[in-house]
Design a protein around this ligand. Structure first.
Ligand code: P61
Length: 460
């Protein structure tokens, strides 16, 4: 077999370990039944390798832990807030910072500040919490990502790009007065961690400047996006991740961030803006929903860990090893014939459940089924990203997304290459008996973000 190990060995060594519990198939069957065949409802003690998410699951460095000891837990004006503010201004270039407990806290405040009922928010593919906050504030989200993003086999190097013709149409149809901002994610999560190019961002900036529309940047995985720009876009091979990240941010007017991903912390997030009026209103709202504007629902120690994590996340060696590990797993799965989304993205491998279980209709929840089967096989926990995650429209109809995926998300600095081998082998084991796998039916459906708490039963 081809040797996929490139020169990306981890730029750290392991100082402390957390023991894992190994289970039998009988124990896993009991656990997944109790969880209603929903991997979100499993107890983590029943999980062997946890690839549910890369959110809040990173291993912090010794420096971050040392920073935790330097927490200034004053109610107001904590010194850690000023460290964080400095890290955001210096590395991302945004002027004003509002800390929040995590990404969706920032999305809530931003949506409340910028959206009026009846507004339209175009964006490069939806994200669950982002779209929900836009909708709760009265807006309708319109997807303007390029068509290639909806095709798991298309090899476009920047599947996160915006189709400017689609965007132009939205502007023509609704008028700029109804579009408070364009919602642009770097490393588009639901498309498979796919990057947006710098050229596309520049075009977008020119377009929005002409029409007087803001760009709001979901920068949750901006460093991973910068890695792909460095590797794939002409003119960036010699630029550092830090420089590329700063340039990306410079084309946007504000941002929301879940620091639980790229920024290597277990909890935290923020909203940032270059506009004083937006900042003023957000600073006022944050005290209603999160906490005082110098802590936003976080402890001082959390802000310190975030400030240090931001710095570490922009190190070239870190990001190359991080994406290198994801690519290692992806190449291994491909060599086993497991159908995955191409090109391989930044934060995980997205297995195409439609091709893996072609005999199941989308109403039988192929991705939900496959996630349950992977867990049963090996105790590896993954996440559905298909029809269950997409939820329902305001009129109650199901969204039927083209992508029906299972996300094998890789936490940062947590698992080893040997874990990757075991994960790929489990996908292969399940693939071997794919034809015999039956689908699921949903027996409980919560109103909001149903995928978190929905319950299923096996179809026989
Ligand atoms: C994840 F199943 N992501 O990927 P918060 N923007 C982006 C995110 O990826 C993101 C948030 C905003 C998660 C956690 C999660 O449907 C789900 O800090 C691009 O989680 O509030 C979060 O940031 C929100 C998992 C969220 C989900 C929603 O695993």
């Amino acid at each position: 077999m081809k040797n996929y190990k490139h020169s990306w060995a981890e730029p750290y060594k392991i100082k402390m370990v957390e023991l894992l519990r190994m289970t039998t198939r009988a124990q896993r069957l009991k656990a997944i039944k109790e969880a209603g065949f929903n991997t979100f409802l499993l107890r983590s003690e029943d999980v062997y390798i946890d690839l549910l998410t890369d959110s809040g699951t990173s291993a912090m460095s010794d420096r971050q832990w040392a920073g935790m000891m330097m927490g200034d837990e004053s109610y107001a004006g904590s010194r850690n807030f000023y460290h964080l503010e400095n890290a955001v201004q210096k590395n991302y270039g945004y002027k004003y910072l509002i800390p929040t407990h995590q990404g969706r806290g920032a999305e809530n405040i931003l949506s409340k500040v910028l959206i009026k009922p009846g507004d339209i928010v175009p964006g490069n593919m939806y994200f669950t919490t982002t779209r929900l906050h836009q909708e709760l504030a009265g807006a309708t989200f319109v997807d303007v990502i390029i068509d290639e993003a909806h095709d798991p086999l298309n090899e476009h190097p920047f599947k996160g790009n915006v189709d400017l013709n689609k965007l132009e149409k939205v502007v023509q149809e609704h008028g700029t007065g109804k579009i408070p901002y364009i919602s642009i994610a770097t490393s588009v999560n639901m498309a498979g961690g796919q990057p947006i190019s710098m050229a596309n961002l520049r075009e977008l900036r020119a377009f929005t400047a002409k029409h007087g529309i803001r760009i709001i940047h979901d920068m949750t995985r901006v460093a991973e996006n910068a890695h792909f720009i460095q590797k794939r876009e002409a003119g960036y091979a010699q630029k550092s991740i830090r420089e590329i990240v700063k340039e990306i941010c410079s084309y946007t007017d504000g941002a929301t961030m879940s620091a639980k991903k790229d920024a290597l912390v277990n909890i935290g997030g923020f909203m940032a803006t270059n506009e004083w009026e937006v900042f003023e209103e957000a600073r006022n709202l944050v005290v209603v929903y999160e906490g005082l504007h110098t802590y936003g629902g976080l402890a001082g120690r959390d802000m310190e860990a975030m400030a240090i994590g931001i710095e570490e996340s922009l190190d070239d060696n870190h990001i190359h090893a991080r994406v290198g590990q994801v690519e290692y797993l992806g190449h291994l799965m491909e060599s086993y014939g497991v159908p995955i989304v191409r090109p391989i993205g930044g934060h995980g491998i997205f297995v195409d459940a439609k091709r893996f279980l072609p005999h199941l209709s989308q109403d039988e929840f192929p991705a939900q089924t496959l996630a349950a089967e992977i867990f049963l096989d090996s105790g590896v926990r993954t996440m559905e990203r298909g029809v269950v995650s997409a939820g329902r429209k305001a009129n109650g109809e199901n969204y039927y997304p083209k992508l029906e995926l299972v996300r094998f998300t890789i936490p940062r600095r947590v698992y080893t290459q040997a874990h990757m081998d075991v994960i790929a082998e489990s996908a292969l084991n399940v693939l071997k008996r794919a034809k015999r796998i039956k689908g699921l039916q949903m027996v409980y459906e919560p109103k909001y973000l149903r995928f978190f708490q929905a319950r299923f039963e096996r179809l026989f």
